[in-house]
Design a protein around this ligand. Structure first.
Ligand code: ADP
Length: 639
């Protein structure tokens, strides 16, 4: 029952819809090829040239071999025999070498496939509106794309291998048709009784039609069998995901190791693993494999064999009727089988491409998500903080998919050069207020104005340049210290050092083995240094200073610092920030006391604003309550 509930939920939010129309298949497939061409123009070219060359090689061999056998069985002219043998050997050697070289070139290009595909998706993730990253549907799309790629190479991957198959099958077919054309034209010689019927045009048409019918039937049946993969893709994805979690990450994840040991319960039981395994005998896919899916596949194999049988009989009867000699028998048999193989591969590939449509639809739905934030085009004058006025006008906000408002009807104006402290209990909406200010989200209701104009009208990237923020859960990267501070691989080292000094990291910097070139953390470099939470916070502060934006926003800037370090940071804050506007967020009121302008949030509402002295004297206010509650923990007079 529980499992059914889980499956239901999954189905609701996650479906690889059925394959699309022919037009949609063509459009999405061509678009997919354009994506690959954009990523690596050599990729498709190498597949094309390699496919053509390597597919041609065997047919040149077949043709020359047939001539050689004919000559051995017939005239036995030594000169001609020598020419055929030499031609056979040299073309075979040259084409094989050429094919091997081109295959190498192609494989080198194919080796970049995984990287190129990840780059396409990663670039989309990095440029996506921040709000969309939280969106359940976006996460679902991402996860489906990975699952589809992992489980059967569906999506963009499939296109490259399909392209390869189409080239090779088309070349096989063209060569084979050229080699078999005379099979139908060369007549059975007179006086061969019943075999003369093989010369009759109607019979020839009938036999061609039969061959085509059988050739089409085999791959169509195979594609029909393959469609069961699409049908059960969603369910298999759930199984794959859970397996990835159970067997791939849960045991290896150090962060989960403690909880798993304490609350292990039956999470890792064999039964659980079995229940969701899509490949066990009781899964739907396995049942289909024993039933219709397997039936179609078996029928496809049988039909292919019928084709081979028909072709053999036809060639043998014509040879018996004296239409051609033994050399041509070899040529026709090889070519007819190759023709059938080529056609089968082509039809199967086209079927695959059709099945791939629903997977490509998911890929492009993800890649085409609009950047709603980037609609504005007004220039933001960059004037180092002076002359900016920001107004929140009746702003309310709900996080995507949430019922409750995280901010309700907030109205506030503040000016450049001001120091503003934002205080309130955890969950009162302080960080949300900042996220709206920095346009990581847009308000659900109301508007935010910069110098009287809705911030949505400004160029998004220019607007973002106004703010340096140190978020509470900021992250540094495992690169060089200087690169971290600059947010760039090409740091201005003097400026980076200055900023680190101002942020209080100077003494530690002097002790680092390679100064600004020291790599922090050990992710990519064994010699990387580990840093404490407080040190990381100072580096993050330096990064904010380096950006040199007019507004500096510090979300709980001293949360990871010990009281002495906290005191240092606040004592130096004015000097550190200089002329810039600054917004401090804290639930420790003592930290914000030095700001003349304090706003108090409570349950998503802005409930008070004023100086510390004014706010603390209002004994009925929220600020007084918070202050009284915290005063016993902090020796405020020390600050
Ligand atoms: P504060 O910074 O004052 O601690 P926040 O602004 O982080 O508070 O949170 C305000 C409210 O919004 C809280 O109820 C919190 O649970 C909710 N919230 C914060 N971030 C998200 C999010 N990404 N998705 C949904 N709700 C969120």
């Amino acid at each position: 029952m529980k499992r059914r509930i889980m499956m239901k939920k999954w189905k609701k939010s996650n479906t690889n819809k059925a394959h699309g129309s022919f037009k949609e298949t063509v459009q999405l497939t061509l678009r997919g090829f354009r994506v690959w061409r954009g990523e690596n123009p050599m990729l498709l070219l190498s597949v094309l040239i390699c496919g053509v060359t390597c597919a041609l090689a065997p047919y040149v061999d077949i043709w020359l071999l047939a001539r050689l056998i004919d000559e051995i069985a017939g005239g036995r002219d030594p000169h001609l025999l020598t020419v055929y043998v030499l031609a056979l050997m040299s073309t075979s050697a040259v084409l094989s070498l050429l094919c091997a070289g081109l295959t190498r070139w192609k494989n080198v290009q194919l080796a970049s496939l995984w990287h190129a595909q990840n780059k396409v998706f990663m670039e989309r993730m990095l440029s996506m509106d921040f709000a969309d990253m939280d969106d359940g549907h976006v996460q679902e799309l991402r996860s489906r794309i990975w699952q589809n790629t992992d489980s059967g190479g569906w999506g963009l991957y499939k296109l490259i291998y399909s392209f390869e198959a189409i080239i090779s099958s088309a070349m096989s077919m063209i060569s084979a048709i050229l080699l078999t054309a005379s099979l139908f034209i060369l007549p059975v010689t007179a006086g061969n009784g019943g075999l003369m019927i093989l010369n009759h045009p109607v019979f020839i048409l009938l036999i061609i039609a039969l061959m085509f019918a059988v050739t089409f039937a085999a791959p169509l049946l195979s594609v029909k069998a393959g469609s069961y993969w699409v049908k059960y893709a969603d369910e298999n994805q759930l199984g794959n995901r859970l397996f990835g979690f159970w067997l791939g990450s849960l045991g290896n994840d150090r962060a989960k190791a403690l909880d798993v040991r304490i609350y292990r319960q039956d999470i890792l039981s064999r039964n659980n693993l079995k229940k969701y395994n899509p490949f066990i005998p009781t899964s739907k896919l396995a049942k289909a494999a024993r039933g219709p899916m397997g039936g179609y596949q078996a029928l496809s194999g049988a039909v292919s064999q019928i084709f081979v049988g028909v072709a053999y009989i036809f060639v043998a009867l014509k040879a018996l009727g004296g239409a051609f000699g033994v050399g041509r028998v070899v040529q026709y048999v090889s070519a007819v089988i190759a023709l059938s193989g080529g056609l089968s591969m082509l039809i199967e590939t086209l079927g695959d491409l059709r099945n791939n449509t629903s997977f490509l639809r998911t890929v492009f739905e993800f890649l085409d998500m609009p950047n709603k934030m980037e609609q504005g085009d007004m220039a933001v004058s960059q004037n180092s903080g002076k002359g900016y006025e920001i107004e929140f006008r009746n702003v309310s906000f709900k996080y995507p998919g949430q019922e409750d408002y995280a901010l309700s009807n907030v109205s506030i104006t503040f000016y450049a050069g001001q120091r503003l402290a934002v205080v309130g209990t955890n969950g009162s909406g302080k960080t949300t207020f900042i996220k709206l200010l920095c346009r990581l989200y847009d308000p659900t209701e109301g508007e935010i104005l910069l110098n009287g104009i809705d911030i949505r009208k400004y160029n998004y990237h220019e607007y973002m340049q106004l703010f340096s923020v140190v978020f509470q859960d900021f992250k540094l990267l495992s690169f060089e210290l200087g690169q971290n501070v600059a947010g760039s691989m090409n740091a201005d080292l003097d400026k980076a050092e200055q900023c680190l000094q101002r942020a209080g990291f100077g003494i530690r910097l002097g002790k680092l083995p390679h100064g600004l070139s020291t790599v922090i953390y050990k992710e990519f470099d064994e010699e990387g240094v580990d840093i404490s939470g407080g040190e990381a916070q100072k580096i993050a502060l330096a990064r904010a200073l380096y950006k040199d934006a007019p507004f500096i926003i510090l979300d709980e800037p001293t949360a990871a610092l010990d009281p002495i370090a906290e005191f240092e940071v606040y004592s130096n804050m004015n000097q550190m920030i200089g002329e810039k506007s600054a917004i401090f967020i804290s639930h420790r009121l003592s930290s914000c006391r030095f700001c003349h302008d304090i706003v108090v949030f409570h349950e998503g509402r802005l409930v008070q604003r004023g100086s510390h002295d004014a706010l603390v004297s209002d004994e009925s206010g929220m600020y007084y309550r918070l202050w009284s509650a915290q005063a016993q923990y902090y020796e405020v007079k020390d600050l």
